[in-house]
Design a protein around this ligand. Structure first.
Ligand code: PGA
Length: 247
C-alpha cells in the first residue's frame, strides 16, 4: 500500500475544489492506497463535508499556528483545522521554511500542537541545491527530522516526506537512487529513535515534481512508501493517473 497525497498549495478555492471532486473518481482507482488531499484552508471545510468527495480521500491542512488560540491575525489553529474536517497536517513544508522563514523550532512547536489536537503530522524535510552541492543532504534532513523527533515519539501516527527543495515545482526530480539514499537515512534515524517495530509504521513519502510519467519509477524506488504531489495533484485526471501508477 502506498500513500498518495496531493498538496494543492494556494490553488483551488471552494468552487474549483468541488469541481475537482466531481471529476476525481476514487471509486474507479486501485483501492489499496491511502489517498490524502491538502486543500487551502478556504476550501477545507467545503471539501471535508462535500458529498462529491469519495470518503476514501482523506483531508489535511497545509499549515497551522503553533499556539492553541490567541491574537494571531490571519492564522488558524490545529484545533480549528480538525474541527473543519482535517485529519492530517503538513508541517515544515519547504515553502513554509524558505518563503515564510519558518524555523526548525517553530516546526517542532507545530508538531506538538498537531499531536495535542489529534491531527496526523506529515513532516516535510529536504535540502536546497546549495546544501546538496556542499554534500550536506544527510546533515540537513536529519537536523530537520531530529528537531521534531522528541515530540513525534508520542504521536500515535505520523508520516515523513522527503522533498528536495530543488525538485519542488521545477520539473526536476531526484533520481531513484537519490530518493532511496535519503529515505534510507531517514528510515535508519527513525529506527534508532523509536525501534524497528514502530519505525516500520511510518511511511516516508517522496515529493518534488512527481507526475504521472515519473510516479511509477519513483514509487518503485526502494524505501519510497508513497508520494506528495504538488502541481500534478491539481488536475483530477493526472492525480488519478498517479494513483494508478502506484499499482
Ligand atoms: P511539486 O510540489 O509536485 O509541484 O513539485 C511538491 C510539494 O511541494 O509538495
Amino acid at each position: 500500500m502506498a500513500v498518495i497525497a496531493g498538496n494543492w498549495k494556494m490553488h483551488h478555492g471552494p468552487t474549483e475544489a468541488l469541481n475537482f471532486f466531481s471529476e476525481f473518481e476514487a471509486g474507479a482507482l486501485p483501492s489499496t492506497h491511502e489517498l490524502i488531499v491538502f486543500p487551502p484552508i478556504a476550501s477545507l471545510h467545503a471539501v471535508a463535508t462535500s458529498e462529491q468527495r469519495d470518503s476514501r480521500v482523506q483531508i489535511g491542512v497545509q499549515n497551522v499556528h503553533w499556539e492553541d488560540s490567541g491574537a494571531f491575525t490571519g492564522e488558524i489553529s490545529a484545533h480549528m483545522a480538525k474541527d473543519a474536517g482535517a485529519t492530517f497536517a503538513l508541517v515544515g513544508h519547504s515553502e513554509r521554511r524558505h518563503v515564510f522563514g519558518e524555523t526548525v523550532m517553530q516546526t517542532n512547536l507545530k508538531v506538538d500542537v498537531l499531536i495535542r489536537a489529534g491531527l496526523v503530522p506529515v513532516l516535510c524535510v529536504g535540502e536546497t541545491i546549495q546544501e546538496r552541492q556542499a554534500g550536506l543532504v544527510e546533515e540537513v534532513i536529519l537536523r530537520q527530522l531530529d528537531g521534531a523527533l522528541a515530540s513525534l515519539r508520542s504521536a500515535p501516527r505520523f508520516l515523513v516526506a522527503y522533498e528536495p527543495v530543488w525538485a519542488i515545482g521545477t520539473g526536476e526530480t531526484a533520481t531513484s537512487a537519490d530518493a532511496t539514499s535519503a529515505h534510507g537515512t531517514l528510515r535508519r534515524r527513525l529506527e534508532h529513535a523509536m525501534g524497528m517495530v514502530q519505525a516500520a509504521q511510518i511511511p516516508i513519502l517522496y515529493g518534488g515534481s512527481v507526475k504521472p510519467e515519473n510516479a511509477a519509477d519513483l514509487m518503485d524506488a526502494p524505501g519510497v512508501d508513497g508520494v506528495l504531489v504538488g502541481g500534478a495533484s491539481l488536475d483530477a485526471t493526472s492525480f488519478g493517473e498517479i494513483v494508478v501508477a502506484a499499482g
